[in-house]
Design a protein around this ligand. Structure first.
Ligand SMILES: CC(C)(COP(=O)(O)OP(=O)(O)OC[C@H]1O[C@@H](n2cnc3c(N)ncnc32)[C@H](O)[C@@H]1OP(=O)(O)O)[C@@H](O)C(=O)NCCC(=O)NCCS
Length: 184
């Protein structure tokens, strides 16, 4: 039974609440991923149809069920409007387990420090709750805003880990002092 405290997966910052997505967020998932500007650097993430957004929501939800963490919906404390999404996904980089930091916000929310604030909260949560797995961000070289968010979240550029991604060459940012590539 609830004791009135927020669920473990809910994060709060000065201005923002981050909570696990529900089915009710599918419309916002579509709206944000259908806007060509939000996927300009990562066109493989773009969505066109509601059914695609539903499938993406189900993938996000399955990861929450399996791991107890995933992508959070970000909104202001005093508003139900979804500003964007920010979270972590387990994956492999050069054969080693990592948590990939993700953020994507509605264009109407850009430029107000929301992504940096949310990414900082997620990074802090991951370093407390999943300390053994390094956090990384994979950023397209021309995506300066994303690079700034990664740095604001405490990640550092790790050129030796750069690699091909889904949409071309990715620059890697990491929380680890040194994440070795196999053979190094
Ligand atoms: C990346 C993104 C989340 C940034 O959102 P945001 O809320 O505007 O970011 P913030 O306001 O927190 O700004 C963070 C930093 O980026 C800088 N910045 C924001 N937009 C910028 C731009 N277009 N060019 C250069 N720097 C920019 C800010 O000045 C700030 O810098 P600072 O840390 O030195 O103060 C947003 O642009 C977005 O959703 N982009 C599309 C999705 C995407 O590319 N995700 C990343 C995939 S790797």
């Amino acid at each position: 039974m609830s004791d009135g405290s927020p669920p473990a997966e809910e994060l709060r910052t000065a201005r923002l609440s981050l909570r696990r997505p529900t089915e009710a967020d599918v419309g916002a998932i579509l709206a944000i991923h259908r806007d060509p500007e939000t996927c300009a650097h990562n066109p493989s993430d773009a969505l066109a149809r509601f059914e695609e957004a539903e499938l993406l929501y189900r993938r996000w939800d399955k990861q929450w069920q399996q791991h107890g963490y995933g992508y959070w919906v970000v909104r202001r404390h005093d508003s139900a409007q979804q500003l964007g999404f920010c979270g972590i996904k387990p994956m492999e980089l050069h054969g080693s387990p990592v948590l990939n930091l993700f953020y994507r916000f509605a264009t109407s929310a850009w430029g107000q420090g929301f992504a940096g604030e949310a990414a900082g909260a997620v990074t802090a949560w991951a370093s407390r709750q999943v300390p053994d797995i390094p956090l990384i961000a994979r950023v397209r070289p021309a995506n300066v805003a994303s690079q700034r968010v990664a740095v604001r979240a405490g990640l550092r550029r790790a050129q030796h880990l750069d690699t091909e991604g889904y949409d071309g060459f990715d620059w890697i940012y990491t929380s680890a002092a040194r994440t070795a590539r196999p053979g190094n």
